[in-house]
Every structure is written in structure tokens, then in C-alpha cells.
Design a protein around this ligand. Structure first.
Ligand code: FAD
Length: 411
């Protein structure tokens, strides 16, 4: 869709990514879904061999210096592989963003480059057992110690808890300061004191080593502080761009693959002597799904372009949150339509719709729940409104009784 708007370079990139996506063995998807594979490290290595990891990062650190417009295209294709493989691919972009923007040259050499080369697998550890939405209420603590910090606490639902080589961890470094000035970001390597306490049995999105991590007095050297001391909130806000955009784009790809299966099925399956696509109840679901997917893709791509163009931070936060929310809700609806179109067989493992549905469900919860997206969207909009100079027409005055000030009661 909207292919006419793509540049030749973007078409080539998409063809390159699609070639990689086709090369991923079907057995890997099935083995991950059956929890026979706990963490597919070789998948990241293979993506790296093709130069497909961290597309946006500088070539000096093994990236390709492309923009968000390109990354979104790549992720729409990667999304077809399911939420677990798309997540592992995205973590390079998410952790890479923090490193590329806030990392020292030494940190980029030590973490960013090997990550893009497929030699180091990253994970991010934000969520705690006490809650993910209230990020700034984090209780993991990093205390000053000789040559660095001593990290104590736990993080929950961490993709790559089993399997990743290092973790981007947020911890309180100044517990008495206001919440947003109390947190720092650290690069924590797997080593003594970093323990996987529990690996979760998941509804979907399996095979990514999602577990609960415990940090028992872990020594973190000074040079592994990412960004400034107590400056974790800046790192967090920057990371939320790839965090949410990767989900937005991945969801579109996965939903589109479910729709394709349903469209093909409806054109072959017969009922009452005719193809089921000839029933309005079926064909309108297809029309509805296509329309919503295309409209959502337009928002996600426009947001990608706004990021590339350097729009102001507040508006980007709103657009990124709108993209994540709309995309995941659209995807959920599209996959449900697809399952309905397939009837009973859609609920079995003869078709992958049931796996896709299990995967998609998570996307309305992770990388910030859609309720949290709503909080951000309206909050940033009020702030934008406050900054905007009055320019357009005053529509409120276009009412017969607009002058009746005594009737305009607000309190
Ligand atoms: C499979 C999986 C993989 C994950 N991967 C990672 C990962 O790699 N790294 C990581 O750090 N985290 C990860 N997460 C965590 C995920 O991001 C969190 O689950 C999510 O942010 C919600 O946090 P919570 O589960 O603690 O729910 P809570 O924050 O407890 O929220 C519970 C409910 O309350 C609502 N709620 C909370 N506050 C408000 C509010 N102010 N207004 C309105 N509603 C509110 C929420 O929307 C939600 O419906 C993963 C989760 C899962 C399940």
C-alpha cells in the first residue's frame, strides 16, 4: 500500500528485508511457539550478517545511517515473523537508540558496534514486579561503591532475561530527589549477581527468554553509567520512540499477514453453494480491515517522517503514542476479523491465525499499555494547545448564542 510514495532506495531495502524474512525457517517459529527454543541467538546473527540490524545508526558503528521511514518499512516486513522475533530485532534499535544518543565513544565501541554485528545480544530492563506503568516509581537501587555502583533490585518480564548478554537497566541513584531526577540508566553485563529467577509461561510471544531478573549487589563499573548521573529520564524518553514505533510497525506487518490468509481463504472456501467472500458479512470485514490497516500505516509512516524531520519532542511523544495505540488496536481487530472469516479452522493450529492472535494481544500491553498511551496523547495535546498561537478561525463563536456569556458556566 502507498508503494508509489516509496523511493527506489526504500523499495530495495524492503526487498532485502523480505528476502531475510523468507530465509527464516518455519521450524524456528514453531519451535519458539512450543518453547522448544528459548532464545534464538543465531537469528540476530543472521540479520547482522545481512547488515539489517540497527539501520538508523552511524556507519562508523556498523549501522546504515538510514531514517525512521526506512526502519518502519523494515519492521513491517519483520513483523510477519511474529512478536517474539520482531521484538528481538527491535531491541537492537531500542537499546541502540540509548547508546547512539547518550553513549560515550567507548560505550559505542564496546556495546553498539558488537550489537549491530550480531556479537552481543541486548535486553532492556524497565518493568518491575511492583509495576511497569509507574516507571518513575522504580525501586531498583544503584548505590555508590568503589569504582562505580552496586545495583540491587529486580525486573520483571524481561525479553532476553535468558539469552541476552547485557541489559539496559534503570535504577534509583538519588531516592530522595523528585522522581524524574532520581533515576540513572546503566549497561549491566550478565555476570555475578545477575540471576534469572523465573522464566514465564506466556500466552504468545514465546521463545524470547522472557523472565524475572534479580540483581544481587551487582558491581557496575563507573564507565557503564549511560548518560548523566540521575539523567535516566532523558534516556527513557528518547528510548520510548523506538520502543513504541517498533511495536507500531511490527503489529501492522503481523496483522497484514493474518488478513492475507483470510482474504485467500474467503476466495476458496464455499458455503451455501458460493464462495464465502460473496457474503457481505465476510467481504465487509475484509474491506474494514484493509481500510483500517491502510489508514493506520499512513499515521505510522507520517510519524516516522516527523521524527526524521526533527519535530518538537512533545508532539513526537504524542504521535508516537498515537501510532502505537492505533496500530495495536487495529491489528487486534484485523486478526479477530481474520479468525472469524476462517470459522472453526481458524481456531486450530492448521492455520497460524491463532498464534498471531496470541502474539498481537500482548502489543496493547507492552511498551507502555494503551491506557498509558492515552495519558500521553491527551497530556501532550493540552501542552501543545497551550503553546499554540491563535491563528485559525474561532469556531466557538459560530453559534447563534455564542455571545451569551452568562450561559457559559465552567465551575
Ligand atoms: C511478554 C512480555 C514481554 C515484556 N517485555 C519487556 C521487556 O523486555 N522489558 C521491560 O522492561 N518490560 C517488558 N514487559 C513489561 C510490559 O511493558 C509491562 O507489562 C507493561 O508496561 C505494563 O506494566 P504492568 O504489567 O506492571 O502493569 P501495571 O502497570 O500494573 O498496570 C496494570 C493495569 O493498570 C493500568 N494502569 C496503570 N496505571 C494507569 C494509569 N495511570 N492510568 C490508566 N491506567 C493505568 C494499565 O494500563 C493496566 O491495564 C513485557 C511484558 C510482557 C507480558
Amino acid at each position: 500500500m502507498l508503494d508509489i510514495l516509496l523511493t527506489e532506495k526504500q523499495r530495495q531495502l524492503r526487498a532485502e528485508v523480505e528476502d531475510f524474512v523468507r530465509s527464516v525457517p518455519r521450524d524456528l517459529l514453531l519451535d519458539m511457539d512450543a518453547d522448544r527454543v528459548r532464545y534464538p541467538r543465531h537469528y540476530l546473527q543472521q540479520a547482522a550478517e545481512r547488515g539489517l540490524l540497527g539501520l538508523r545508526f552511524p556507519s562508523a558503528h556498523a549501522g546504515r545511517e538510514l531514517g525512521w521511514a526506512e526502519e518502519i518499512l523494515a519492521l513491517e516486513s519483520i513483523g510477519v515473523l511474529g512478536s517474539s522475533l520482531a521484538c528481538l530485532y527491535s531491541l537492537v534499535s531500542i537499546v541502540g537508540e540509548a547508546l547512539a544518543v547518550f553513549g560515550t565513544e567507548a560505550q559505542k565501541e564496546r556495546f553498539l558496534r558488537p550489537m549491530l554485528e550480531g556479537k552481543l545480544a541486548p535486553a532492556e530492563a524497565l518493568t518491575e514486579p511492583r509495576g511497569g506503568s509507574d516507571f518513575f516509581g522504580t525501586t531498583t537501587v544503584a548505590e555508590r561503591a568503589a569504582d562505580g555502583f552496586r545495583l540491587t533490585g529486580q525486573k520483571r518480564f524481561i525479553v532476553g532475561a535468558e539469552g541476552a548478554d547485557f541489559f539496559l537497566v534503570y535504577a534509583k541513584t538519588d531516592p530522595l530527589a523528585p522522581a524524574r531526577q532520581s533515576i540513572s540508566a546503566f549497561l549491566v553485563e550478565r555476570g555475578p549477581g545477575v540471576e534469572v529467577e523465573h522464566v514465564y509461561g506466556l500466552m504468545g510471544t514465546r521463545g524470547g527468554g522472557t523472565g524475572r531478573l534479580i540483581f544481587r549487589q551487582v558491581h557496575v563499573p563507573e564507565e557503564n553509567l549511560l548518560g548523566s548521573l540521575h539523567g535516566g529520564s532523558e534516556v527513557f524518553h528518547q528510548m520510548m520512540i523506538p520502543e513504541r514505533m517498533t511495536t507500531a510497525a511490527g503489529a501492522l506487518g503481523l496483522a497484514r499477514s493474518a488478513l492475507e490468509i483470510a482474504v485467500g481463504y474467503a476466495d476458496r472456501r464455499m458455503a451455501f453453494g458460493q464462495k464465502i467472500r460473496e457474503f457481505e458479512g465476510v467481504s465487509f470485514k475484509i474491506a474494514e480491515s484493509l481500510t483500517r490497516l491502510d489508514a493506520t500505516a499512513a499515521l505510522v509512516r507520517a510519524t516516522a517522517q516527523a521524527i526524521d524531520a526533527g519535530d518538537e519532542r512533545g508532539r513526537l511523544r504524542r504521535l508516537v503514542s498515537e501510532s502505537k495505540k492505533l496500530s495495536t488496536e487495529t491489528a487486534w481487530e484485523v486478526v479477530n476479523h481474520a479468525m472469524q472469516i476462517l470459522g472453526g479452522i481458524g481456531y486450530t493450529d492448521v492455520y497460524p491465525i491463532e498464534r498471531i492472535l496470541r502474539d498481537i494481544r500482548l502489543m496493547m500491553i507492552w511498551t507502555g499499555t494503551n491506557e498509558i498511551m492515552n495519558l500521553v496523547i491527551q497530556h501532550e495535546y493540552y501542552r501543545e494547545r497551550g503553546r499554540r498561537s491563535p491563528g485559525g478561525r474561532d469556531s466557538e463563536a459560530d453559534a447563534t448564542g455564542s455571545g451569551l456569556e452568562a450561559e457559559k458556566v465552567y465551575a
